[in-house]
Design a protein around this ligand. Structure first.
Ligand code: BGC
Length: 762
């Protein structure tokens, strides 16, 4: 059943990106680019390094003039063929007819919106994630886009950071696996194909490590942590063939990424061998002045081009300053040439020299209505979304619900079409997203009654509302019901009084988990908590459906709820997908890709922390061990956790040998049994711990996993192969090697509840 909608994906993903035969211009790529470069004036070269946002700053007419004069290399934020075609026409009227490329933040869908990054990661399902990326690419390419600023693979271990929602969580291995699949999905097997787009992985590097979870802040990190935990996902995206890299806004140990020659040259180009395109983040070059490393725009441009930033995103600084810098001999023209080469090579790889209208197509074929239903991929979105939810609690088998009787659906997120889509929802239309109210009503038809009451505003805090409805959005994001909180609760209680079960959709509005949206608390906002307390007091079964873009602190809500379902922001088909799970038409199989702390005071809290001298042992409260005395020291929900409507049992770990010789393979197996009454899927997770090494090592690290489907009563042996490669780490000298000695293999269905066996690496 699962594979039906995935047909063809395996074949499509098998091959990394290559240029299709027959699409290249006559000459080979290098010769073609060298020839073109030799014919370009300095101004034309610098023009290629400018990436301009379509927006209020420049009218369309001005942009077309600039393009025709050879002064713009690409644009972003214009997302339809009729918008982009005149720009390509202008490029075709320029002296050298160098095609434009069109980019956009296609992060979790283009027109059909899939779950946000944290949701996709919760599926632990690489096929489903591939479908989301491939579909996004097809839709984006059909809208004439050539490139996405994605995937976003920043490891985030601080849920105060609003951009946690965009990425794939806290774990290096899981995020790296997803990074690869996303890139392959976007680029397909041939990035020059008319239905592929190029991936520009972001934000290079370490953006998720910003101090205090405050967006754009500094990152101060030890080299071992960088290499071991934070850098591998970017590398995985590049190894999968990502054509571009977007550079982070933060500084790294004092040096902004945008002027960081160690990052951009030594690491990216020299050590990793990256040959593609580098793009600054929005306005980041000029921000070097604010960072305090450049006196003015001129020095900022010089630092950035010298560091190796090819494209300047939306600041005028390259166009303004580079001509003078070259003429004054402060920037060698060869430096400009190498950046231009990369831009031209990108356009070549995208197939744009062979056909500048490759993704634009013919005007006669333009869709009449870009938002036509026929352009959406609802079935795929629903299939992926239902895999992305995590069942956190299900006391007394409250779920699945019956399609009978009366259901009270309450909460400010129960009928919130904008929020369903999550932030960075590209060209998705709220009017096309299925809310939970709609999803429940569609699911029950006339078999049951659904009573709806909003019950509370997302928040009543004026400052928060002013922030959430700030001017950058072209619509009111968070509608505020003018009734008093009590009047709204009373309405919800009335619905509850007439119902057999209450479903409360609560959490965050999507803007609360977005760029620049850092929080000092992880609580559900006060009016919603008051609503939940009132609902709990009714004594009726209470199902809490969470919508949010970061781990929240849910101690009280976990006690109040009979069932707790984390849905993140589920996308266009979210309401249907959540209903599928609530009614058991799909048995939830998601697992948390992030740790849920009990309170913000525990942050940062992640499962793979280093071993320490005085660890706290649960159940053995002792003095002078690492603990909080005023709160439980453990997380509320651990990494990898998630329930199902059935139950599973994992056997002891069987190792093929107690010793591993370098070059050999050791097999670690368990038997997993579905011990419940329903068919279901779970994720078998393998963690490793290096018992004694030359430096402290994580208490455990995910090294492999397998999602398995088991019929009720069925058992299956799951075997993982372990080699020396799995045991390697970056030591204090940054040498990547496995050290001889004992290793614990832990296998389980979350990061805490595991079975363990030991072997020795010889
Ligand atoms: C964000 C990037 C994004 C860019 C273009 C920036 O503010 O940090 O992630 O790609 O805007 O929209």
């Amino acid at each position: 059943m699962k594979k039906l909608y995935l047909l063809g994906m395996a074949a499509a993903l098998a091959c990394p990106y290559t240029l299709a035969e027959g699409t290249a211009p006559a000459q080979n790529k290098e010769a073609f680019i060298s020839d073109l470069l030799s014919r370009m004036t300095l101004d034309e070269k610098i023009g290629q390094l400018r990436l301009i946002s379509i927006g209020p700053d420049m009218t369309h007419e001005q942009i077309r003039k600039e393009i025709a004069a050879g002064r713009i290399g690409g644009t972003f934020n214009s997302v339809t063929r009729p918008e982009n075609r005149p720009m390509q026409d202008a490029a075709m009227n320029s002296r050298l007819k160098i095609p434009m490329f069109f980019a956009y933040d296609v992060i979790h869908g283009q027109r059909t919106i899939f779950p946000i990054g944290l949701g996709l990661a919760s599926s632990w399902d690489m096929d489903a994630i591939a479908v989301s990326a491939r579909t996004a690419a097809r839709e984006a390419a059909a809208d004439s886009l050539d490139m996405t600023f994605g995937p976003m693979v920043d490891i985030s271990r601080d849920p105060r950071w609003g951009r946690s929602s965009e990425g794939f969580g806290e774990d290096t291995y899981l995020v790296s696996r997803i990074a690869k699949v996303m890139v392959q999905g976007y680029q397909g097997k041939d990035v020059s194909a008319p239905d592929s787009i190029m991936a520009a992985v972001k934000h290079f590097a370490l953006y998720g490590g910003v101090e205090g979870g405050r967006d754009y802040n500094t990152v101060d990190m030890s080299p071992t942590r960088m290499y071991q935990d934070y850098l591998p996902p970017y590398r995985a995206a590049l190894d999968a063939g990502a054509g571009g890299v977007m550079v982070a806004l933060n500084s790294i140990n004092g040096v902004p990424a945008t002027s960081n020659t160690w990052l951009m040259q030594d690491l990216l180009r020299r050590d990793w061998g990256f040959k593609g395109l580098t793009v600054s983040d929005h306005g980041a070059i000029l921000e070097l002045v604010k960072h305090g490393v450049a006196r003015d725009g001129r020095e900022a441009a010089k630092l950035a081009i010298r560091a190796g930033i090819d494209l300047s995103m939306n600041d005028m600084v390259y166009g303004k300053e580079l001509p003078g810098l070259v003429k004054a001999g402060e920037v060698p023209e060869s430096q400009i040439d190498s950046a231009v080469r990369e831009v031209l090579a990108t356009k070549y790889d995208l197939g744009l020299f062979a056909d500048p209208y490759r993704r634009l197509g013919k005007a006669a074929d333009d869709p009449q209505d870009v938002n036509a239903e026929s352009r959406l991929h609802r079935q795929d979105a629903r299939a992926v979304a239902r895999r992305s939810m995590v069942l956190l609690k299900n006391a007394k088998d409250t779920l699945p619900l019956k399609k009978a009787g009366t259901i009270a659906l309450v909460g400010p997120l129960a009928d919130a079409p904008i929020d369903m889509m999550g932030s960075w929802s590209a060209a998705g239309q709220p009017t096309q997203s299925i809310t939970l109210l709609r999803g429940l009503r569609d699911a029950v038809g006339n078999q049951a009654q659904v009573l709806y009451a909003k019950g509370a505003n997302v928040t009543n805090d004026r400052n928060s509302l002013a922030f959430l409805n700030r001017i950058i959005f072209d619509r009111t994001e968070v509608e505020v019901d003018p009734r008093t909180p009590q009047a709204m609760i009373d309405e919800a209680l009335k619905a509850a009084a007439n119902a057999d079960v209450i479903v409360a959709a609560v959490g965050e509005s999507r803007g609360m988990s977005h760029e620049s949206a850092s929080r000092t608390t992880l609580d559900i906002p006060a009016p919603q908590r008051a609503l939940l307390t009132a609902l709990r007091a009714t004594g009726k079964p209470l199902v809490i459906v969470l919508m949010n873009g970061r781990p929240l602190s849910l101690v009280r809500e976990t006690e109040q709820a009979d069932a707790l379902l984390e849905t993140w922001f589920t996308g266009t088909e979210g309401g249907h997908a959540i209903a599928d799970v609530l009614f058991g038409d799909y048995n939830p199989s998601g697992k948390l890709p992030v740790t849920f702390p009990r309170s913000v005071g525990q942050v940062p809290m992640y499962y793979s922390h280093l071993t320490i001298g005085r660890p706290f042992t649960p159940g053995k409260a002792g003095n002078y061990t690492s603990q909080y005395f005023d709160e439980d020291t453990t997380p509320l929900f651990p990494f990898g956790y998630g329930l199902s409507y059935t139950t599973f049992d994992v056997s002891d770990v069987h190792l093929s040998s107690a010793r591993l010789k370098r070059g050999d393979t050791l097999k670690a197996s368990v038997t997993v049994r579905n011990t419940g009454k329903r068919d279901g899927e779970t994720v078998v997770q393998l963690y490793l711990h290096d018992v004694a090494a030359s430096m402290a090592r994580p208490i455990k690290e995910l090294k492999n996993f397998e999602k398995v489907f088991l019929k009720a009563g069925e058992r299956k042996e799951v075997t993982f192969n372990l080699t020396e490669e799995d045991l390697k780490f970056y030591n204090t000298q940054l040498q990547y090697a496995a050290e001889a000695g004992d290793f614990d293999v832990q296998i389980g269905l979350d990061s805490q509840d595991v079975k363990q066996a030991r072997f020795e690496l010889l």
